[in-house]
Ligand binder design. Structure first.
Ligand SMILES: C[S@@+](CC[C@H](N)C(=O)[O-])C[C@H]1O[C@@H](n2cnc3c(N)ncnc32)[C@H](O)[C@@H]1O
Length: 274
């Protein structure tokens, strides 16, 4: 039998088809997920999904390493965000009252933003900036982290930068008490910003030049403990480059979505030793 298989392998066309089938097996499941998603999801950008369980563990380990906190503490923050029913209800209600409703899904899933939340809970930032707000999923999640921190005696404030005047509609109600959106071009808003930044999340214009310019613009506002998160680091090396140029560490967390065709983005993390 083995000899016969070896003989078949020598026939070029048979071997070609076998090899293509072998390679395509990595992607075929994605086509099924695409069709299912076509029927079950309304999203057409900024996709939301759950992360695989082992990916969540890896995320918590990564954040524990960077912040020098216990793994269990970080995992606790991730679970806290995922089980925040009040926040999820706020998002569902606000979305259903918005004109964007038909492009949104009913289930509220945060993907890699859970990492942003865990960082915000772990380092108790006084100032968080997120560039690029879109509907405001990151905004309300980060404001929910500030709300918890405030109750524990560590108040803070969230600032989102956003060029689209219609964006940020989720940032209402009690979450609005903890933050605001600065409307206009992100770099212009950052140039006018004067406070030190403790947690900076880049997620606006995803061209590599613009991303890099944001890091350079905030350079004078960084302190020893500032953590910079790049939402573009699966596509560009700009946060890695900025970290090298400024003597900062850089690592990259790769997200792995559960049951979704999107291959996942990640979190670039730039930090100093704590
Ligand atoms: C990927 S979305 C942000 C997603 C959001 N961070 C979240 O967690 O869901 C990118 C956003 O950046 C905004 N944007 C693009 N270019 C910008 C610029 N030059 N200044 C400010 N915002 C910009 C877009 O309008 C869009 O809403």
């Amino acid at each position: 039998m083995r000899r016969f298989l070896r003989f078949l392998k020598r026939i070029w066309i048979l071997n070609f088809v076998r090899r293509l089938y072998m390679a395509s097996k990595y992607f075929n499941v994605k086509y099924l997920q695409i069709v299912k998603w076509g029927f079950t999801s309304n999203e057409d950008t900024n996709f939301t999904y759950k992360l695989k369980d082992d990916n969540i563990i890896c995320l918590a380990q990564t954040i524990a390493f960077v912040t020098k906190k216990q793994y269990s503490e970080i995992l606790g923050y991730i679970n806290e965000a995922e089980s925040n029913e009040e926040l999820k209800q706020h998002i569902i209600l606000t979305t259903s009252n918005s004109k964007e409703n038909r492009f949104a899904d009913k289930e509220i899933l945060f993907g890699r933003r859970l990492g942003w939340y865990a960082f915000a809970r772990a380092i108790k930032p006084r100032v968080i900036i997120e560039t690029g707000v879109e509907k405001g999923l990151g905004s309300v999640l980060l404001c929910a982290a500030i709300e918890k921190n405030t109750k524990e005696g560590y108040p803070g404030r969230y600032f989102g930068t956003e060029i689209n005047p219609d964006a940020g509609y989720l940032l209402t109600g009690k979450y609005r008490e903890f933050g605001q959106v600065l409307y206009g071009d992100s770099i212009t808003s950052l140039l006018n910003f004067t406070d030190n930044i403790d947690l900076f999340i880049n997620d606006s214009d995803h061209s590599s030049e613009y991303e890099y310019d944001e890091y350079v613009t905030i350079k004078s506002l960084l302190n020893e403990g500032t953590i910079i998160l790049g939402d573009n680091s699966h596509s560009t090396n700009k946060l890695s480059q900025f970290s090298l140029e400024n003597n900062r560490h850089f690592i990259f967390f790769k997200e792995n979505p559960l049951n979704h065709w999107y291959p996942g983005g990640g979190i670039g993390i730039s930090f100093n030793e704590r």
